[in-house]
Design a protein around this ligand. Structure first.
Ligand SMILES: [Zn+2]
Length: 250
């Protein structure tokens, strides 16, 4: 189970019973320094927010997690299904997921409606960004496969967490998008098609061999809760970005 520590200086979603081998978190929008419409914990450099504010927000988040900003690894996020295995810090342009066996290297993916996924296996972690394009392209299982390769374990040894993202309560899509997903991931609300990215990811992961009880979901909808989350769709693009962070400890 994951919980949001709403009263913390930097409120974060964390595992309720964390495995001491990993640091895992999904950020919300509170506890940072950015001005509207990026208020306040905007972590995305791809926005029009002040670079100094984003840098301070990143320091606050990683500091709250006990992680070193100088060791950070990030992904360019191009709505594909490419995964890069990293050994140290750096920005990797043409990918949407990162995997590492290097202790103390925080992997971060940024989202504001798209789905962040964090993976753990003995001796390795992964972080993935998946909107509808990435999910339809198989990103949830591409990151799983890369993690299993890195760790040398089967999917049965992997745990996956699904962070805050836009949910079917708010995620209306056209038939051309809905048609790329299994029926179980699409709801028809009186003619309005609603996509459930988390269900689509779960189906892929289960089919690949991840145990059902090893998949955890925060259940949070970014669009429903403006107090807690940025939402690209709700805010018409003028908004900040959250992070999903995964790191391996020594
Ligand atoms: Zn919603």
């Amino acid at each position: 189970m994951w919980t949001l520590d709403a009263g913390a200086g930097v409120p974060l979603w964390r595992p309720a019973a964390p495995d001491p081998a990993f640091v895992l978190a999904f950020s919300a929008r509170r506890g940072g320094t950015s001005a509207p419409p990026f208020d306040t914990l905007n972590l995305g450099r791809s926005t029009a927010d002040a670079a100094a504010a984003v840098a301070e927000n990143r320091r606050r988040l990683l500091g709250a997690l006990g992680l070193d900003p100088a060791r950070l690894a990030t992904a360019g996020q191009v709505h594909g299904a490419a995964v890069v295995a990293v050994r140290g810090p750096g920005h990797h342009h043409a990918c949407d997921a990162l995997v590492t066996r290097a202790p103390g290297v925080p992997l971060a993916v940024s989202t504001a409606d798209c789905m962040p996924l964090l993976y753990t296996a003995p001796g390795a972690v992964a972080a993935a960004h998946a909107g509808w394009r990435g999910t339809a392209s198989g990103m949830p299982v591409a990151a799983l496969a890369a993690l299993c390769d890195a760790a040398g374990v089967p999917p049965a040894r992997v745990r996956v967490a699904i962070g805050p993202c836009i949910r079917p309560c708010c995620y209306e899509v056209g038939p051309e998008v809905a048609g790329r997903f299994p029926a179980a991931a699409v709801r028809d609300a009186e003619g309005s098609l609603r996509l459930d990215l988390a269900v689509a990811a779960r189906l892929q992961l289960l089919e690949a061999g991840v145990p059902e009880d090893a998949i955890e979901d925060t259940g949070a909808c970014t669009s429903c809760e403006p107090f807690w989350y940025f939402s690209h769709r709700r805010d018409a693009g003028a908004t900040g970005r959250h992070w999903g962070v995964a790191a391996l400890l020594a």
